[in-house]
Each structure stands twice: as structure tokens, then as C-alpha cells.
Design a protein around this ligand. Sequence first.
Ligand code: FES
Ligand code: FES
Length: 191
Amino acid sequence: MVGVEAASRDPGARAARTDAPVLATVTFTVNGERRTLELDTRTSLLDAAREHLHLTGSKKGCDHGQCGACTMIVDGRRINACLTLAIMHQGAEIVTVEGLGQPDHLHPMQAAFVKHDGYQCGYCTPGQICSGVAVLEEIRAGIPSHVTADLGAPPQVTETEIRERMSGNLCRCGAYSNIVEAITEVAGSRA
Ligand code: FES
Ligand code: FES
């Protein structure tokens, strides 16, 4: 109590106490590797990956959930990593574009993007690829979308379904047609 009163009389001490970041420890698996970080509790999952794990494949386009450039796959579901705090994912399995494939061993979705020129500047591409992988899993799992006509039947991999499900991933270069071609090819090869 005495300490609180002293701090309230000393603005400097009060500011220092208030400004100190609150740290927390979080452990999760990133691209198959168990990682433990001590983070400011306000750190987004995107910043944790980019700035603390140096996994810069996931991009920061808007930092508020508008563009999809930061898309990662967390426990099998795609999310905007800029909109979620890293410490909320204790024990999670996180996959970024770096975990899908490597330059000498591309994931089929990465290879299809190359084959179909599914990018121009490439800034949105890691998010597009993570989203594309997750979209096919969502369709395979029978999860309907806004454009699924028959909710009683399994959704099909149609261009309309792909465009709707990928609508959260923006591309300033307008590579949309080629992105759809790439995802369609991967869907066909897995059918
Ligand atoms: S950076 Fe996350 S949605 Fe744009
Ligand atoms: S390839 Fe440039 S923003 Fe999509």
C-alpha cells in the first residue's frame, strides 16, 4: 500500500511501471519444430513468426485482417495471423508457407502457382498458397461456403467455390485467374 502511494506521488515511477511490457512464455510447433518464445503479450502471431522466428514468408499487408497476406494454417485451419495474439496459441500446430515446401521440393500448390503464373510481385503469394491448401481441405471436409447451392450434398471444387473461398486473399497485381487455375489443378490431381 505504501508502495502504491509512493508511485502515485511520483509520475515518473508510475509511467515506468505502466510502460513495462507484460511478458509471457508460449510454446507451439511451427513447421514441425517445437518453439518457445517469451513475448510481449500484445505480439501478434504474425509478428512472432516474422520478428522472433525470422520466418518472413508470411507477409504483413494491412495488419488488420483485410488482405490475407498473413494467412497461416493453425491446427488445420487458415487464419489471419495479424489478427490473433501469439500467446493464444499455446500448444498449437502452426504451418507457414516455409513449412509447406522448399525450393527443391515444392508443395504441389507451390508448384502449381509457378506453373500457372499465379503471382506477379509475389507479395500476396504466401498467403494465397496457404489459403489455397486450406481451401481444398475445407472442401474435402464437406464444409459449405456462402455459394454452396446444396447444403445437403458435399461441396464441389468449382471456380465459383474457389473464388468465394479465396475472397479473403487480395492480390493487387490481379493474378486471380491464374490463382484459380493453380488451385483447380491441385484439386484435380488430388481427386
Ligand atoms: S496482414 Fe493480416 S489480413 Fe492483411
Ligand atoms: S502477386 Fe502482387 S499482390 Fe498478388
